[in-house]
Design a protein around this ligand. Structure first.
Ligand SMILES: Nc1ncnc2c1ncn2[C@@H]1O[C@H](COP(=O)(O)OP(=O)(O)OP(=O)(O)O)[C@@H](O)[C@H]1O
Ligand SMILES: [Mg+2]
Length: 317
C-alpha cells in the first residue's frame, strides 16, 4: 500500500443521460438527474441534480447524451456531485481512483473525454468498463450464463450486446432511447391533434395503449391508436434491424447458444411493456426483464470495485 493511499478514495460512476449515479464504499451516494443550472449573467453553476434553479436567468444543461456532449458542463456536474456527496475532513486534497461505466459503443475519442473529465475532478487512476459488462455483472449473469444477449434500453440509447463465453463480441446501438420516443409521440399529438402532454402523461398513455384497441380519448379528443403504434413501429423497425445485424455478425453456432439462453433487458425503458415488446420480431427467444433496471450498471461497478481481480479483464485504462 502506497504511503498516501489513505488519501485516495475509490468511486464508481454511471454517467447516464437521464440519471447520474455515484457509489463510494459500496453505498449509492448520488442518484439524481444528470443536469445542472447555469446563471447566464453571473456565469456560475447555480444548482445540480434535484436542486437546479429554474428562473428565467438560468439555463438547464444536460451534459450527457449517450456519451459526454458538453465537456465543461459534465466536469462541473461531476465536480459538484462528488463534492456534494463525498465530504472530506482531511487537510490534504482528496484524490480519487475512479471507475466509469461507459456505453459499449463508446468511441476512442469519447473515451478520452471521460478520462480527461475524471482527471480534472481529481482522479489519479481512471478505469472504464463497458456498461453491458457492468449490467451483466450486476444481474449475476456474466459468468453464470456465459452466452446471452443483453439490451440496455436507456434515455438516450438502446444498445444490444451479444455475449459468448462471457465476452461481449457483437454490439448494435441506436443512439436514441426513451427521450426521442416520448418526443416523437408528443410532437405527433401536438401537430395533429393540438394535444400537449408531459413525460408522465406519455408514460401513462403508453401503459394504456397496451390494452386499448381502436381509439383512445386524450384530453377529450379521440385519437386512433393505430397512428401511435405506426409511429412506434417505424422507430423500432430501425432498432430491430440494427439488432438483427449485430446477431448476424456472430458465428451461427455461437448465436444459437446465446439465443437458447435468451435476452436480458435492463435500463429504465425496459420497464415500459409496450416499448420493450416492440423490440425484436422474434418473440420465440426467451426474454427476461431485470428486477432493478435502473441500477444494474452501478451495481455491476460496485462488484468490479470490490472484486478487482475477478473482473480485471473487463476494465480498460
Ligand atoms: N422509476 C423510474 N424513475 C425514472 N425513470 C424511469 C423509471 N422507470 C422507468 N423510467 C424510464 O427510464 C428512463 C431513464 O432510463 P435510464 O435511467 O436507464 O437512463 P440513463 O441510464 O440515464 O440513460 P442512458 O443509459 O441512455 O445514457 C426514463 O426516461 C423513464 O422513461
Ligand atoms: Mg444507462
Amino acid at each position: 500500500m502506497g504511503l498516501l493511499n489513505f488519501l485516495k478514495d475509490t468511486i464508481g460512476i454511471d454517467p447516464g443521460s437521464k440519471h447520474l449515479r455515484i457509489i463510494k464504499d459500496n453505498e449509492l451516494v448520488f442518484n439524481e438527474p444528470a443536469q445542472l443550472s447555469f446563471d447566464k449573467t453571473l456565469k456560475v453553476v447555480t444548482g445540480l441534480g434535484n436542486s437546479i434553479k429554474l428562473t428565467d436567468n438560468n439555463v438547464t444543461i444536460n451534459p450527457v447524451d449517450c456519451t459526454i456532449n458538453d465537456f465543461h458542463a459534465f466536469e462541473m456536474l461531476l465536480r459538484g456531485a462528488v463534492k456534494k456527496t463525498i465530504s472530506s475532513n482531511s487537510i490534504f486534497p482528496k484524490t480519487y481512483k475512479l471507475y466509469f461505466c461507459i456505453p459499449t459503443s463508446t468511441t476512442e475519442i469519447e473515451k478520452r473525454a471521460y478520462r480527461d473529465s475524471a482527471e480534472h475532478v481529481g482522479a489519479i487512476e481512471v478505469h472504464m468498463i463497458h456498461q453491458s459488462c457492468c449490467s451483466a455483472i450486476g444481474l449475476n449473469i456474466l459468468f453464470e450464463k456465459k452466452h446471452f444477449m443483453l439490451i440496455d434500453f436507456g434515455f438516450s440509447k438502446i444498445e444490444m450486446t451479444v455475449f459468448i463465453n462471457s465476452d461481449p463480441i457483437s454490439v448494435g446501438v441506436i443512439r436514441m432511447g426513451t427521450s426521442k420516443i416520448y418526443r416523437l409521440i408528443k410532437n405527433f399529438l401536438k401537430r395533429k391533434y393540438k394535444i400537449h402532454l408531459n413525460d408522465i402523461e406519455i408514460e401513462s398513455l403508453l401503459s394504456e395503449l397496451k390494452t386499448v384497441e381502436d381509439e383512445i380519448t386524450i384530453q377529450y379528443i379521440v385519437v386512433k391508436t393505430h397512428e401511435i403504434h405506426q409511429l412506434l413501429d417505424n422507430f423500432f423497425h430501425i432498432v430491430n434491424d440494427e439488432f438483427i445485424e449485430a446477431m448476424e455478425r456472430v458465428d451461427l453456432n455461437q448465436i444459437e447458444k446465446a439465443k437458447s439462453t435468451g435476452i436480458y433487458f435492463t435500463g429504465g425503458g425496459s420497464t415500459i411493456d409496450l416499448l420493450r415488446d416492440k423490440i425484436m420480431c422474434n418473440h420465440s427467444i426467451k426474454r427476461t426483464v431485470s428486477q432493478n433496471p435502473l441500477l444494474d450498471n452501478i451495481n455491476g461497478v460496485k462488484k468490479v470495485i470490490t472484486q478487482e481481480d475477478k473482473f480485471k479483464k473487463y476494465t480498460m485504462v
